[in-house]
Design a protein around this ligand. Structure first.
Ligand code: UDP
Length: 403
């Protein structure tokens, strides 16, 4: 595990001193995170770095995941899509399945924290176990325009929490509890983001049979329709008419995402027989993701909806030029024409990719600006500081808390 002092050259001594001071004030409190998977997706990504780092700061932090069967995760995936505004038919049977599995977890899970930090809708019903401890509901998804049937169902649980946390201002909702705006973050020292020797990058490219003879455009994401992999292929095809380039569309699957196999098949069908299109089903391997991002000339994140989009922060931290959709938390990271290019369509994406490929100096400048923007706003040290302030605020009654 990384030592907290190793962050000093990246963020400076005062920030680390501040973290130690806040951690001191949390001595004696147990923080228990609960989510739905320990592998795959942004939440697991953040917790796998944050939990050990809080422990390193001597904040007693635990992490549990709920259990659920195939039907439960099909229902929660429907909830996820509906909250993102996709039209989904949700039946009483779906709600019953959700409540049945929730009850099993309520019975089975040992709740022992002073502060229970519940991530996303899947474990939300655990709040029924609330006693004298403090409960936070952390929403990682874009709920700017949620399906009302699902939102109302969830709201019955949310209102029993002490506080809720959202990633972007546009996601906040009318709620009778305190709300906090805290953006996610990346860890610059994790295997996903740390510097890599060129040999490592080259060996990953060799492993996947990718040559460096043409510019590489990459999107790394779970195979999920909301990540619009087919849109990425269409944008690449438009670019390819003018610039000889190659596309990497790579992703693994998350344990709580049952749709990915089907989406991967659709993507493979769309890609046809183009030898410059590399559709990769990745193992859970952070060095591979890191190497593919570093090997790329342009990184794309053409999501239709996005809670935050860690992949954007990961790419910007590597000083890559990024083309990403103007949705969810992405515009917090990309200031158009300053730290990347925002797009609204396939045409827009292909135009922006061409701009970067034909103007390497511009691409480099925006990549460098992006790296500084991430350093100042979206590293794990800032995130941990805000979480610790949030924990402390739970023991104070004031209505307004400035982070
Ligand atoms: N990721 C990964 N392997 C993959 C696909 C994604 O490690 O094959 C990581 C990616 O690097 C990022 C996280 O999973 O750290 C995805 O987070 P994001 O916020 O971009 O999207 P989410 O999957 O949470 O919707």
């Amino acid at each position: 595990m990384t030592n907290i002092e190793e962050y000093i050259p990246i963020v400076g001594q005062p920030i680390i001193d501040d973290l130690k001071l806040l951690a001191e004030k949390l001595k004696g409190k147990v923080i228990q995170h609960i989510n739905s998977t320990v592998v795959g997706g942004g939440v697991a990504e953040i917790l796998s770095r944050m939990v050990p780092l809080l422990r390193e700061l001597e904040v007693d932090t635990r992490w549990d995941a709920i259990r659920g069967g195939e039907h439960f995760f099909e229902v929660t995936k429907k909830f996820h899509n509906a909250l993102h505004g996709r039209s989904e038919e949700i039946t009483q049977r779906d709600f019953d399945i959700f409540l049945e599995t929730s009850q099993k977890n309520i019975d089975a899970l040992d709740i022992h924290g002073d502060i229970i930090f519940v991530h996303d809708p899947q474990p939300i019903a655990l709040i029924k176990k609330k006693a004298s401890n403090k409960w936070i509901w952390r929403c990682h998804i874009d709920v700017s325009n949620p399906n009302q049937q699902v939102w109302k169902f969830l709201k019955n649980f949310i209102t029993s929490y002490d506080s809720a946390v959202f990633s972007a201002p546009s996601f906040s909702q009318r709620l009778p509890i305190r709300q906090f705006l805290i953006s996610p973050s990346i860890d610059p020292l994790s295997d996903k983001n740390r510097e890599l020797p060129q040999e490592t990058i080259d060996s990953v490219l060799r492993k996947y049979n990718i040559k460096k003879d043409k510019p590489i455009i990459t999107q790394i994401s779970r195979f999920d329709r909301l990540k619009d992999p087919v849109g990425v292929i269409e944008a690449y095809k438009q670019v390819k008419k003018y610039i000889d380039c190659q596309l990497i569309l790579a992703g693994g699957s998350a344990a709580d995402d049952p749709e990915s196999a089907q989406v991967l098949e659709e993507v493979k069908t769309r890609s046809g027989h183009d030898k410059d299109m590399h559709i990769l089903l990745l193992p859970q391997d952070d060095i591979v993701v890191n190497a593919l991002q570093r090997a790329s000339d342009v990184i794309v994140q053409k999501s239709l909806k996005e809670g935050f989009g860690l992949t954007v922060a990961e790419a910007l931290w590597k000083a890559k030029p990024v083309v990403a959709s103007n949705v969810g938390g992405i515009p917090l990271q990309i200031k158009h024409k300053y730290s990347g290019l925002l797009c609204h369509s396939i045409d827009g994406a292909s135009f922006a990719i061409k701009q970067f490929l034909t103007n390497p100096e511009y691409a480099e400048k925006l990549g460098q600006n992006g790296r500084e923007h991430i350093r100042n706003n979206f590293l794990i040290t800032r995130h941990i500081r805000e979480y610790m302030l949030l924990f402390l605020s739970l023991y104070h009654k004031e209505d307004v808390v400035y982070l």
